[in-house]
Design a protein around this ligand. Structure first.
Ligand code: ROI
Length: 163
């Protein structure tokens, strides 16, 4: 069993509903058990500014899936939400499910980079992550709460609690 952290993000087609539905789909997977779920946060877009604000959350899970099996499961949920992968980098999306951490593993393959390459620069990842796992350290030995306290909040706010 691995402990993993998943970042959830959406800024299209009722983002709050997209995140809540994704949480239910992840919980429904037989190979995954939820350990913890952050609040739902409202965040300013990182990247192009001509797109709606985002909703973000982070979930901690226990899983018997391998990293690639977990990636396949998350991408199937993204597709079910209607996500079409276009060429555009950093554009608006219906649903984004990122593997942030898979135990303390470091994975660098064409399909998967873990820890997530941008997580230490993203307040909408670090702050919800520190909410549910304040004592967590990354494979690089950084403590999540320390990173979250030193990052620019960038107008990040708690929107509501997820159920
Ligand atoms: N910006 C925010 N605030 N939240 C996201 O989840 C998010 N995801 C992305 C990019 C386009 C980088 N910007 C984001 O993929």
């Amino acid at each position: 069993m691995a402990i993993c952290y998943i970042g959830l993000g959406s800024n299209l087609s009722n983002p709050q509903r997209q995140i809540q539905l994704a949480v239910q789909c992840i919980r429904a997977h037989t190979g995954i058990t939820q350990i913890a779920l952050s609040a739902l946060y409202c965040s300013q877009p990182m990247g192009p500014q001509d797109q709606p604000d985002y909703m973000n959350a982070v979930m901690a899970i226990n899983t018997k899936l391998t990293p690639i099996e977990l990636l396949d499961a998350l991408q199937a949920i993204e597709r079910q939400a209607g996500r079409v992968r276009k060429g555009e980098r950093w554009g608006a999306r219906v649903l984004d499910l990122d593997i942030l951490l898979y135990d303390q593993e470091i994975i660098n393959t064409p399909r998967l980079t873990v820890p997530h390459y941008g997580m230490k620069q993203r307040e909408f990842v670090l702050i919800p992550l520190a909410e549910i796992a304040p004592k967590l350290t990354l494979p690089c030995n950084s403590n999540v709460s320390t990173l979250a306290e030193s990052i620019d909040k960038n107008a990040l706010t708690i929107h509501s609690q997820l159920s």
